[in-house]
Design a protein around this ligand. Structure first.
Ligand code: CDT
Length: 315
């Protein structure tokens, strides 16, 4: 059998002045809880180690280095890596990455990405992804009550949409890929993973509970509907399991939505969080279920029509 037990470890709010030690201790408790539920995989949110800091404007990015990780593990995050190893789990972790690497012109510089990694049960990082679809603005917006400055804090991810085949629990090879928050709304991102026979897409999010720009057309309850609609469609159209995990609740007065979900390749919600706080949900995922879509209605080799899709990559 190819059954793995997957846990979504939703995090409640992290306040601006809360340190990594508090957050990491909460995450370790969630790993322990996931283990008690028999989980082989634990998925954390986007930017799981800090408050959702892109809501705060800073003039000089060098003043914001505290929000980023230069190395993983670090002394502060080591307890999380220890817990993962102790329980033999595979883990998705979202964080802000500070890297020293050459830019497109070959010049070494300090670079910042909205990043996620897959950590193997050994504690080794087996895959890294850097967020491609960065929402919001680069400059302070006078028309917004709440800033969303991801374009200021991060560069567009430069690693494409990689997939890794790695052991999970008793299953020898599971094709795993990652998305980060806003990516889940883009079918092209899911298809990039689907093209690599992905079986488990892990994604974390920080989604404000209210759209600042709704212009009267987006009722509040549609925020969660759109999130789940995107994840369910992505899973169904690419014959994969998906785990969408929120950082939720009210951070320094600004509320993020919760309702993390685990979705199967039929697009059905298998488990859903009901709080906007720390919460673990679990589902047994039979990876054999990915075969049906992949060999019939979404048999890409047989049915895709590349010649008709030219606008997608040329505009
Ligand atoms: N973190 C993130 O990508 N959040 C976005 C909100 C966009 S509102 C400017 C999301 O798509 O959920």
């Amino acid at each position: 059998t190819r059954i793995i037990t997957v846990a979504a470890a939703q995090l409640g709010p992290i306040q601006r002045n809360e340190g990594r030690d508090v957050v990491v201790a909460r995450m370790v408790r969630l790993v322990e809880k996931a283990h008690r539920h028999g989980a082989n995989v634990v998925v954390f949110p986007e930017l799981a180690l800090t408050t959702f800091f892109p809501r705060w404007y800073v003039e000089n990015l060098d003043d914001a280095d505290d929000w980023y990780e230069e190395a993983l593990p670090s002394p502060a995050t080591q307890p999380l890596f220890d817990a993962i190893r102790r329980y033999g789990m595979t883990c998705y972790l979202g964080y802000a990455e500070l890297a020293y690497e050459p830019d497109e012109t070959g010049i070494m510089r300090k670079r910042r990405f909205n990043t996620s990694v897959i950590i193997a049960p050994s504690g080794e990082i087996v895959l890294k992804y850097r967020k491609v679809h960065l929402p919001g603005d680069k400059e302070f917006s006078k028309i917004r009550n709440v800033q969303h400055l991801e374009k200021r804090y991060f560069e567009v991810g430069n690693l494409g949409f990689p997939v890794v085949a790695a052991p999970v629990g008793e299953v020898e090879r599971v094709n795993m890929g990652m998305l980060i928050c806003n990516d889940r709304r883009w079918p092209e991102a899911w298809r990039e993973l689907g093209m690599q026979q992905v079986e488990l897409v892990m994604l974390g999010y920080n989604t404000p509970a209210v759209n600042q720009e709704n212009r009267g057309f987006e009722a509040h309850h549609l925020r969660n509907f759109h999130s789940q609609l995107s994840i369910q469609a992505g899973c169904y159209q690419n014959a994969t399991f998906g785990v969408g995990v929120a950082k939720a609740g009210t951070e320094d007065g600004f509320t993020l939505m919760g309702h993390s979900v685990i979705v199967n390749p039929q697009g059905e919600v298998m488990a859903m969080a009901t709080s906007w706080d720390d919460e673990v949900i679990v589902a047994d995922c039979n990876l054999a279920m990915c075969e049906l879509g992949r060999t019939t209605i979404f048999n890409f080799a047989k049915h895709r029509r590349l010649e008709a899709y030219t606008r997608i990559t040329s505009q």
